[in-house]
Write a protein that binds this ligand. Structure first.
Ligand code: CDP
Length: 236
């Protein structure tokens, strides 16, 4: 009987817009539970990096098909090394390159292709296998793992998210209003694309636990998710 079940995995899905602390929270929750951490955004970022490296035109359908082909052939690996997530593409460490502004500026356009999303989703399911994992993204609780054992939707005000992103990427400009405004603008633009796309838009699952992280420190944020997970583990 069990061989007929498509999945035996136990997944915690953490979705939400950029700058809400999804990946750090997901990583720490995974560490505390001893579960695997999977970063779905990293797959879209690798796809965006491939588009840049191959000089593909996202407005051209033939180039979109080339990108899907390249992604399908790509060997993408994720692992945590010394507490830091590492992403490898064909053995090359691209962890830093996938976070550059050039990649960030096109990633939500790359992610609006339904056929490309299928390739990413298949990759995510392989990463999880039949194990236990905490996965962060935009559509994990709604589309990729709708049966996730716990779904969390993290949110925070745009100002707070911009402040966090500047502090992370350019600490020297953390109080610079020009930097804050420019990060806020690029976050807002990415949110808009992610929320408005027709396939797998960013939204909370109906049964998600909502956490507004604007006024929460990191430890409280992690503790709320871990507590919710433990409550559920206790009930199963
Ligand atoms: O870390 P950050 O929140 O900046 O973004 P990310 O998680 O690395 O995701 C980058 C982009 O990939 C998002 O803005 C989405 O366009 C796309 N993405 C997606 O469409 N679906 C996911 N499950 C994860 C990411």
């Amino acid at each position: 009987m069990s061989s007929r079940l498509p999945f035996l995995a136990r997944v915690i899905a953490i979705d939400g817009p950029a700058g809400t602390g999804k990946s750090t929270t997901a990583r720490e929750v995974a560490r505390r539970l001893g579960w695997r951490y999977v970063d779905s955004g990293a797959f879209y970022r690798v796809a965006a990096l491939l588009a840049l490296r191959l000089a593909l035109d996202l407005a051209d359908e033939a180039d979109r098909a080339r990108l899907r082909q390249a992604l399908e052939r790509a060997a993408i690996e994720q692992e945590i090394v010394g507490g830091t997530p590492r992403i490898r593409l064909g053995g090359e460490d691209v962890s830093v390159e996938i976070r550059t502004p050039a990649v960030t500026s096109i990633v939500s356009r790359v992610a609006d292709d339904p056929a490309l999303r299928e390739i990413v989703n298949a990759g995510l399911r392989v990463q999880v296998g039949e194990g236990t994992a905490v996965i962060d993204g935009r559509d994990i609780g709604t589309v990729v793992f709708p049966d996730a054992f716990l779904k969390v939707f993290l949110d925070a005000s745009l100002e707070e998210r911009a402040r966090r992103r500047v502090a992370e990427a350019e600490p020297a400009r953390a109080a610079d209003p020009v930097a804050l405004a420019s990060y806020a603008q690029s976050l807002a633009e990415r949110d808009r694309r992610d929320r408005e796309r027709s396939v797998a838009p960013l939204r909370a699952a109906e049964d998600a636990l909502h956490i507004d992280t604007s006024g929460l420190d990191f430890d409280s944020q992690v503790a709320r998710v871990v507590r919710a997970a433990q409550d559920r583990i206790g009930r199963t």
